[in-house]
Each structure stands twice: as C-alpha cells, then as structure tokens.
Design a binder for this molecule. Structure first.
Ligand code: ADP
Ligand SMILES: O=C(O)C[C@@H](O)[C@H](O)C(=O)COP(=O)(O)O
Length: 320
C-alpha cells in the first residue's frame, strides 16, 4: 500500500532575513525580507511544490516566528503533525543573508539556544515515521543534544520500519565545536544512509581531511549502506556515484545569479523529486541543477522553489 508521505524531513525550520538592498555589505543594508529557511524545511517546501507529499519533524519556538513558520509550511503543503512547540523559552533561529555580489554571499546566523536544537527523542513518533518512504536527515541537527539523539532515534526507527534514509550533509560550521566531533557524527549517520548528498567540502568534513578525492570517498562509503552518493562541485556541476560502479556527471545550468545560497537546498528538493518519480539518475541531476539555477537567480531559498514545469522548461531551453 502506498505510504502517505514520500519523505519526512527532520531538523530545523527557521527564518531567513535576506538583504533587500543588495550588492553591498550588510552594514549598508537597512531592509530585509522574511522567508522561511533552514535547509531541511527548504527542501521539504521545494519538494512539496514539485509535487511530492512531504512531512516535517522539528521544534518551533512559541513565538511569532514559530507561528509564521508553521503556517508557511502548511500553506506550502508540508504536513506539520510532526512539529512540536518549545515550552522552555528557546528562540527561532535567524539567518541574515548578505549579498555583496552574486559571487560574494555570506550568512550571519543567530542560533544560540535555538528551539530546533531542543527537539527531544521523546518527541519523535514512530507512528508518524512509518507513514513515509524516506527519511531526510540534515547534518546540522546532529550538532547538539538533544536534537542529536532525536535524529539518531529517527534514524533507528526509520531503519526498523523499512524507510530509506537520505542524508543531506548540510554542514554549518558555527553549530559545531570541533572537526573531530563533526566527522564522528557525520560518519555514523552516513554509514546508515541509503542516499548521501553533499558538496566536496562537506565530504571533506565527513572525512576530517582536506582535499579529499571523490573516488576514495565513495569507495569508503559504499562498504556500508549507501546505494547512491551525490557530490556537488558548485558551478562545475555534480557527480552521482552508484554502488554498481556507475558514475553520472551533471552540469550546472546558466543562471542570472543574484546570490549563491539556496543552491544546495533547491538542488536536493528537485533531485529527490526526480528520483521518487522514477526518473533516471541523469535526469535527476538535471532537475537538481535546473532547480538550483532558478533559485540562485531569485531572492529567497524557500519561496523561490520552482515547480516541475519550470524546471522542465529551463532544461528544454538550455539543452536544445
Ligand atoms: N552560480 C551558479 N550558477 C548556476 N548553478 C549553480 C551555481 N552555483 C551552484 N549551482 C548549482 O547548484 C548545485 C549545488 O551547488 P553547490 O554550490 O555545490 O551546493 P551548496 O549550495 O550546497 O554549497 C550545483 O551542482 C549547480 O548545479
Ligand atoms: O539553512 C539555513 O539555516 C539557511 C538557509 O535557509 C539559507 O537559505 C541557505 O543558506 C540555503 O543555502 P544552501 O544550503 O546553499 O541551499
């Protein structure tokens, strides 16, 4: 029998405040636009817009931002039964984005004592997880307890109930205390995951070793659970490695770049949507790259997520 959700994402749902006056340092920006943010929330919103049935497990602050996030997710078609409201006074994470130029973007994070990292294992429901084909784990939620244990619990329950696990490495340096600690938790989860998606730099974090090589990375991970590993190289494109030895290269599409953030989340949303829809790996790489090209040309990461029709139109236009 078909499950209710294609995937359930676990991790942070937060707020992005993107500079309205851009192409300048943030010191000179007075106005910011508010969007829902947080990598796993962005991916769930994107995939939902692309036609998948998605759900979310996470913790929101009991404040105006938390309520904004909840209603935005609901409006975007993401199921929110797995969301819990914080009762201990923790706050919503804020990400101020600086757009100095299309190439020079940075994020100023306000993430001390944020509600999303206070998700307790007892707040992860097995009955909810059972309703999905895939669990999407984002790496940042592993940075601190109790969110770390909540995510590890979801991983164990997912494995027990036959869900496949997608691990989006989503490494954010400021949430972690040490490179060694990060690598330990990244390895633990990667070894239990069926699909792993990350940038080359993020795989270096996982290996706690700079300048790693794709072939060596995938060889090590294919000794475990993984069937498919995607390694992204920014505008240079990305590679999908399959356990059977097949390697497929995906190119980036041309874009009128406004800012670089949002690329990874929009890529993941479209790549996963294509896989769930039974498309080939080559097509999934195209969907990911086209979706990212659209989002880097737009102001937000979540609101700008494209529909499948827009993705297909960009591919048709640029592949001709
Ligand atoms: N400047 C760009 N122009 C067009 N596509 C881009 C650009 N930057 C990234 N992309 C696309 O987004 C994908 C993911 O970007 P990447 O920078 O590797 O991930 P992340 O945002 O997670 O760091 C790339 O494989 C590429 O297809
Ligand atoms: O993930 C966050 O907390 C911030 C995001 O919402 C922000 O939009 C962003 O950085 C997305 O970047 P990406 O990982 O390149 O998609």
């Amino acid at each position: 029998m078909a499950k209710q959700f294609h995937f359930i994402a676990i991790g942070r749902a937060a707020i992005d405040l993107n500079a309205v006056e851009y192409n300048r340092p943030m010191e000179e920006t007075k106005t910011f636009s508010k969007y829902v943010g947080g990598s796993p929330a962005n991916i769930a919103i994107g995939a939902s817009k692309m036609g998948l049935k998605t759900g979310f497990i996470g913790k929101l602050a009991d404040d105006q931002h938390g309520r904004f996030i909840q209603s935005y997710l609901e409006g975007a078609g993401v199921d929110t039964q797995g969301l819990v409201t914080d009762t201990e006074g923790h706050k919503t994470g804020l990400a101020f984005t600086e757009i100095k130029s299309p190439q020079e973007c940075s994020i100023l994070m306000y993430r001390d004592e944020v509600a999303d990292l206070y998700l307790y294992p007892s707040e992860v429901s097995e009955d909810y997880l059972k309703q999905a084909d895939y669990l999407l784990i984002s790496g940042t939620g592993l940075a601190q307890s109790p969110s770390r244990e909540a995510i590890l619990k979801s991983l164990l329950l997912a494995r027990k109930n036959g869900l496949k696990i997608i691990f989006e490495l989503d490494y954010r340096e400021y949430t972690w205390k040490s490179a060694e600690e990060t690598a330990i938790y990244y390895q633990l989860v990667a070894q239990q995951s069926d699909i792993i998606i990350g940038t080359r730099d993020e795989f270096d974090v996982l290996e706690n070793h700079l300048g790693g090589d794709n072939e060596a990375s995938v060889k090590a991970l294919f000794k475990h659970q993984a069937e498919l590993i995607v390694i992204k190289h920014g505008v240079e494109g990305s590679y999908a490695y399959e356990k059977n030895g097949k390697v497929t290269r995906g190119k980036a599409y041309k874009a009128k770049v406004l800012k670089t953030f949002g690329a990874g989340d929009s890529y993941a949303a479209a790549f996963i949507t294509a896989l769930v829809n039974g498309e080939s790996i080559g097509t999934a790489l195209k969907y990911g790259a086209a979706s990212a090209a659209i989002v880097v040309s737009s102001h937000s990461s979540s609101e700008a997520m494209p529909t499948i029709e827009k993705i297909k139109a960009l591919i048709a236009e640029q592949d001709k």
